[in-house]
Design a protein around this ligand. Structure first.
Ligand SMILES: NC(=O)c1ccc[n+]([C@@H]2O[C@H](COP(=O)([O-])OP(=O)(O)OC[C@H]3O[C@@H](n4cnc5c(N)ncnc54)[C@H](OP(=O)(O)O)[C@@H]3O)[C@@H](O)[C@H]2O)c1
Length: 342
C-alpha cells in the first residue's frame, strides 16, 4: 500500500514537474502544487493506516520506480523524487578542484553531484553550484546534490545534517546517505535522517558500503523509510549482482562508486581487451563504454574527475548504445574483484 501511494505521489510529481518545465501558467503551477500536497497527504494517510514496514514493499507493484530512462537520463526513486543517473564524483578533490569540477560539470549538462563530509570539500562543491547558478547554467531545483554522513558523526546525526547544509550553503539536500555500515549506531543515524526528511532538510535518504543483504536488512528492518539507493563499489570487475537483486525487493537503486575502477586502477579497466575493442567499434573511449554500461545495467554512475576534458568526455554517452551482445560481453567480465579494501 505504501508503495502504491509512493507511486501515486511520484506520478503526480512528474505531471506537475513537466507542467512547470513546459512553462505553464502560475495558476496551473499552483494547481500542480495542490496536486502534490494532496498526494503527500494521501501518502501520509496510507502510511498511518497500514504502518510503515519496509519489508511489505514488493518490486512487482512499483511501476516506473527504479527504471532507468536513458533518454531523459533519470530514474524515479522510491522516495518519489527523480534522480539523474550520471553525475560528477568529488572524492579526493580539494575545495578548489571540487568547485571547478562541479562548475564544469553543471555547465556541460550534468545535474547530479556527489560529495561527502569526509572529503572535506562540501564548501567547494557549494561554491561551484552557486557559480553555475549565477552564470545561468542551472537552477537549484534542476540539480541533485548528494552528501554523506561520516561514521564519527552517527551519534549526533541532526548536528551532522545541519553542518553539511551549512557547508554546502543549501537549504535542503536532495540525498543524504550513511557513508558506512556501523552496527553500533547506524540505526540512530538513519533515524536522524528520517527526521530530517520530515523537517524538509533532506529529500531522499540512502546507504553506502553495505555489502551483505543481511546487513542491509538489519538497518532496513529497524527503520521506517526504505533507502532510495545504495552506493557501493561497482564496476565491470565487481558488478554487485547479488546486492542488486536484493535491492529490487525495496525498489532501491544501486549507485556505483569507483565506476571506472578508482584512481590508480582505471588503466586496468581501460586496457581490458573486451572493453577497448567495444570502444573501437563505437569510436568512443573505454571510459565512455564503461559508463554507458553502468547506465544500461541499471547503475547510477558518478565518475570522479578534476580534468575539464574528462568531465566533458564522460557526459558524452547519451548518443550511442551498447548492443545486447556487447552487454553480455561486459557482464562476462565479472570476477568479484574489489579495488578498495573498505
Ligand atoms: N561511498 C564511498 O565510500 C565512496 C568511495 C569512493 C568514491 N565515492 C564516490 O564515487 C565517485 C567516483 O569514484 P572515484 O572518483 O573514486 O573513482 P572513479 O570515478 O572510478 O575514477 C576516478 C579516476 O578516473 C580518472 N578519470 C575520470 N574520467 C576519465 C576519463 N574520461 N579518462 C581517463 N581517466 C578518467 C580520474 O582522473 P582525472 O581527475 O584525471 O580525470 C580519476 O583518476 C567519487 O568521486 C566519490 O564521489 C564514494
Amino acid at each position: 500500500m505504501k508503495l502504491i501511494a509512493n507511486l501515486l505521489l511520484a506520478a503526480m510529481l512528474s505531471i506537475s514537474l513537466s507542467a512547470c518545465a513546459e512553462g505553464h501558467s502560475t495558476a496551473e503551477n499552483t494547481q500542480s502544487e495542490s496536486i502534490i500536497t494532496t498526494a503527500e497527504n494521501m501518502l501520509s494517510e496510507v502510511s498511518e493506516t497500514v504502518g510503515t514496514s519496509n519489508s511489505s514493499q514488493n518490486a512487482e507493484t512499483d511501476g516506473n520506480i527504479g527504471v532507468f530512462d536513458l533518454d531523459k537520463g533519470t530514474v524515479m526513486l522510491n522516495s518519489g523524487y527523480e534522480m539523474p543517473i550520471l553525475g560528477i564524483g568529488t572524492y579526493r578533490l580539494s575545495q578548489e578542484q571540487a568547485e571547478n569540477s562541479v562548475y564544469w560539470a553543471l555547465r556541460d549538462g550534468y545535474r547530479l553531484i556527489d560529495t561527502a563530509r569526509i572529503y572535506g570539500n562540501e564548501e567547494g562543491v557549494g561554491k561551484g553550484i552557486r557559480r553555475a547558478i549565477e552564470d545561468g547554467f542551472v537552477t537549484r531545483e534542476e540539480i541533485f546534490v548528494t552528501t554523506k554522513m561520516w561514521t564519527s558523526d552517527y551519534d549526533d546525526g541532526e548536528a551532522a545534517i545541519d553542518a553539511s547544509l551549512k557547508r554546502l550553503g543549501l537549504d535542503y539536500i536532495d540525498l543524504m546517505i550513511l557513508h558506512h555500515s556501523q552496527p553500533e549506531n547506524d540505526v540512530e543515524a538513519y533515524q536522524a535522517m528520517e527526521a530530517a526528511v520530515n523537517d524538509g532538510k533532506l529529500r531522499s535518504i540512502g546507504l553506502s558500503n553495505y555489502y551483505e543483504p543481511e546487513d542491509f536488512d538489519r538497518l532496513v528492518n529497524a527503520t521506517e523509510i526504505a533507502p532510495a539507493l545504495l552506493q557501493n563499489e561497482t564496476h565491470p570487475y565487481h558488478q554487485s549482482g547479488i546486492m542488486k537483486e536484493h535491492l529490487a525487493k525495496y525498489s532501491t537503486v544501486m549507485e556505483s562508486w569507483f565506476p571506472l575502477g578508482g584512481r590508480g586502477n582505471t588503466q586496468r579497466l581501460f586496457e581490458d581487451e573486451t572493453i577497448s575493442s567495444i570502444a573501437e567499434v563505437h569510436e568512443k573511449t573505454s571510459a565512455q563504454i564503461i559508463l554507458r554500461w553502468h547506465l544500461q545495467a541499471g547503475n547510477i554512475a558518478i565518475p570522479g574527475s578534476s580534468n575539464e576534458a574528462h568531465i566533458q568526455e564522460n557526459y558524452e554517452i547519451f548518443d550511442f548504445g551498447l548492443t545486447e551482445s556487447e552487454m553480455e560481453q561486459m557482464t562476462a567480465l565479472e570476477r568479484d574483484e574489489r579495488f578498495a579494501s573498505y
